[in-house]
Design a protein around this ligand. Structure first.
Ligand code: GCO
Ligand code: MN
Ligand code: MN
Length: 388
């Protein structure tokens, strides 16, 4: 029997807002009493997490006095010291307060845009004070219900100005901090700008300091958009931009469900974990999800343990898949290369192009070849179902 105990080297993290979620939804009141940040830290330590992430206001209420802030931060740091938990990531709440009802960095009111920068600089200071090295930007309100409200090009320009400003702020302070942009197609706004990880990657290339900025893809958000999450993660990784990841699960075509990791699409979760482990992703495995509204805090612990346990089970399945002789033999056969095309491949030369244009191909034979993906996929499913 394998050991699926979470350990610090697995870098499993949860947001204060995830296990601290009290089960409020648009139709119903909270079902769990709120826990204090200190209690959440202890709950996370109990289930074996490595770290805890936070929005500024998950820890310090938006209307706290400086003295209250200092006391809260002191007590939180004490809880971290007592439990050994770390804070790898921090972020700003730019969506709950009514001031942000029309967005933060993209809002039409210049006072709101300035306030969003002000709030974010203070929140960056807080995150850095707690040890965060990654700072997430999730623009939940950066969108519209009607495009009458704003020209979308204006929104992009405002967002760029804000991120450029904040990169300079981080450099000016000498902070060792990277930014990770998190896309979501909608909810809470009718539509949110830069709706997917791919949009974010294109946007990052236009910034003054693109090297400081990467992405924080979330399973649920790409599934809401009907996309293959692994492909988006892979593109971010290949671009050197996978700075953070939000793991959860989500049925396609639904609202933001934030289910326990691996609970809705275990096969997609398997290929994701296999990818992260195969490429040697070193960042946090952050579970941005919450327990079903049916649960009490024992159920919340079941939820948190389940996220980590499923990750570790899938990691073991990935190792099994990689070591399976039949799967590997199939892969070798599928990817067989007799070298005959080598003269045509790689970097362009005029001679190569001329030779390739003159070459004649047996098109029918190419089309006739079976690729055995049915067998390969069935073997994959059998690994997942535990019979291999
Ligand atoms: C959501 C988002 C958030 C962000 C969080 C950190 O759909 O609510 O995923 O949970 O990840 O605000 O930026
Ligand atoms: Mn989400
Ligand atoms: Mn998220």
């Amino acid at each position: 029997m394998s050991d699926y105990t979470p350990r610090p080297e697995h870098k499993f993290t949860f947001g204060l807002w995830t296990v601290g979620n009290i089960g409020r939804d648009p139709f119903g009141h909270p079902v769990r009493d709120p826990l204090s940040p200190v209690e959440i830290v202890h709950l996370l330590a109990e289930v074996g997490a490595y770290g805890v992430n936070l929005h500024d206001n998950d820890l310090v209420p938006i209307d706290a006095t400086p003295a209250e802030r200092d006391r809260i931060v002191r007590e939180f740091k004490q809880a971290l010291a007592d439990t050994g938990l770390v804070v790898p990531m921090a972020t700003t709440n730019l969506f709950s307060d009514p001031a942000f009802k029309d967005g933060a960095f993209t809002a039409n009111d210049p006072r709101v845009r300035a306030y969003a920068l002000h709030k974010t600089m203070h929140a960056i200071d807080l995150g850095v004070e707690l040890g965060a090295r990654v700072y997430v930007f999730w623009g939940g309100r950066e969108g519209v219900e009607t495009d009458a409200a704003r020209d979308p090009v204006t929104a992009i320009k405002r967002m760029r100005e804000a991120i450029n400003f904040l990169c300079e702020y981080v450099l000016d302070q000498g902070y060792d901090l990277k930014f990770a942009l998190e896309a979501k197609p909608n909810e809470p706004r009718g539509d949110i700008y830069t709706a997917t990880t791919g949009h974010m990657l294109a946007f990052i290339a236009t910034l003054d300091h693109p090297e400081m900025v990467g992405v924080n893809p979330e399973v649920a958000h790409e599934h809401m958009a009907g996309l293959n999450f692994l492909h988006n993660v892979a593109q971010a990784w290949e671009a050197g931009k996978l700075f953070h990841i939000d793991l959860n699960d989500q049925l396609f075509g639904r609202y933001d469900q934030d289910y326990r990791f691996g609970s809705a699409n275990p096969k997609a979760a398997f290929f994701l974990v296999k990818f992260l482990e195969d490429v040697g992703y070193q960042g946090s495995r952050h579970f941005d999800a919450h327990a079903y509204r049916t649960e009490d805090y024992e159920g919340v612990k079941d939820f948190a343990r389940g996220c980590m346990r499923t990750y570790l089970i899938l990691k073991e399945k990935a190792a099994r898949w990689n070591a399976d002789p039949e799967i590997q033999a199939l892969l070798q056969e599928i990817n067989h290369d007799d070298g005959s095309m080598a003269p045509f491949q790689g970097t362009y030369t005029a001679a190569k192009a001329a030779a390739l244009k003159a070459h004649s191909f047996d098109r029918q034979a190419l089309g006739r070849r079976g690729l055995m993906y049915e067998r390969l996929d069935q073997l994959t499913v059998e690994v997942l179902l535990g019979v291999r």
